[in-house]
Structures are given as structure tokens and as C-alpha cells.
Ligand binder design. Structure first.
Ligand code: SF4
Ligand code: SF4
Length: 176
């Protein structure tokens, strides 16, 4: 069992009314997380995506959260201030029912890391309209979260089965 600890965590607040869907946040995030850093820009690799419905004047910046093997049984949609948002608009889960937050080449899940080593998250810095603001809040954490490597492994095991992943790993790490 993990221990409970209180620590400061970052939270990004979103002022939905101000977003115009320029996608600067997506570009900044993907450039910052490119390897090497800033070597490419590809919104498909961004850990923040703007869910858009132009007809409905709907622009919702959503950050990637956790990987899940299966989609929800139902769908959630919201009405806020009289405006209806399309289903799953606010969901950051890396889910098999949509293409968001998957590394385009490998399909491996992407997750927002809050740009923890930076003074301010890159998406917050990049937004020209002040939609995104970062604050530090106290949060009780139960246990250490799986890192990106574990998440990637989990999704590979879900996709190919543990035997195949183990066999491939063994083959790749054999000397000779
Ligand atoms: S906080 Fe960092 S990792 Fe998360 S969406 Fe913004 S730029 Fe991407
Ligand atoms: S950079 Fe700001 S205004 Fe542009 S899409 Fe992202 S959140 Fe919206």
C-alpha cells in the first residue's frame, strides 16, 4: 500500500470563454516534448488538445490524463451557461474510442507531465489569450503514480498480450 503524502501540485485553470482555438498550446507542448526538445512541432503529439466544434463555437483545451483499456459504458455531455458541449469534450483519458493523446507512430499513450521542471507550463506560456493559468494547490497523494514507461508497457501488454511483449523483450535483450 502506498503512503499518503501532502504535496504541492500544479493545476491549470481554463477560462473557456476566452479560447478561440488557435492551438498555440498544442504547438508549444509538442515542441517542448519533442526529442530533442524543440526539434519538431506536431499537434498530434501534444498532451493538450483543443476539442473543437466550430458550428457550436466550442473550443475546449483538454490535457491528457490517464490511459484506459476500455471506453466508458455511457457518454457524458454537459450544458454550461446554456451551451451544450459535445460528448467527451472535457475528458482527458487516453481511451480506445478516440484518437486523442496517442503517439502517432506507435499509438502509445501520451500524458501531461505539467512541465514540472519549468517555471510555468509551456501551454500556459504559449496561450496568447490568457485562457490557461497555472496555480499550485495542496494535494493528498496516496501512492506513487506509474511513470510514462509503465504506462507505455501497460498499453503494449493490453494490445499484444504479456507473453508477446515478454518474448519480444527477451529477444531484444539477448546478447549475441
Ligand atoms: S502542462 Fe506541459 S505537458 Fe501538460 S499540456 Fe501543458 S505543455 Fe503539455
Ligand atoms: S493557446 Fe489558448 S486560445 Fe489558443 S487554443 Fe490554446 S487555450 Fe485556446
Amino acid at each position: 500500500m502506498g503512503e499518503s503524502v501532502t504535496k504541492k501540485v500544479r493545476n491549470i485553470k481554463v477560462d473557456l470563454d476566452k479560447c478561440n482555438g488557435c492551438r498555440s498550446c498544442e504547438m508549444a507542448c509538442s515542441a517542448f516534448h519533442a526529442k530533442p526538445k524543440y526539434s519538431s512541432i506536431n499537434p498530434a503529439r501534444s498532451r493538450i488538445r483543443v476539442v473543437m466544434d466550430l458550428v457550436n463555437d466550442e473550443y475546449v483545451p483538454v490535457r491528457a490524463t490517464d490511459y484506459t483499456k476500455a471506453g466508458c459504458d455511457g457518454r457524458r455531455s454537459y450544458t454550461i451557461n446554456g451551451k451544450e458541449y459535445s460528448e467527451c469534450s472535457f475528458c482527458g483519458t487516453v481511451c480506445p474510442t478516440r484518437d486523442l493523446f496517442k503517439e502517432p507512430d506507435s499509438g502509445l499513450p501520451l500524458k501531461c507531465d505539467m512541465c514540472e521542471d519549468e517555471k510555468e507550463p509551456l501551454c500556459v506560456q504559449a496561450c496568447p489569450r490568457g485562457v490557461l493559468t497555472c496555480e499550485e494547490i495542496d494535494a493528498v497523494q496516496e501512492e506513487v503514480k506509474p511513470d510514462e514507461m509503465e504506462l507505455g508497457m501497460k498499453s503494449l501488454i493490453d494490445k499484444f498480450g504479456s507473453k508477446k511483449v515478454a518474448d519480444t523483450y527477451n529477444r531484444m535483450t539477448q546478447k549475441g
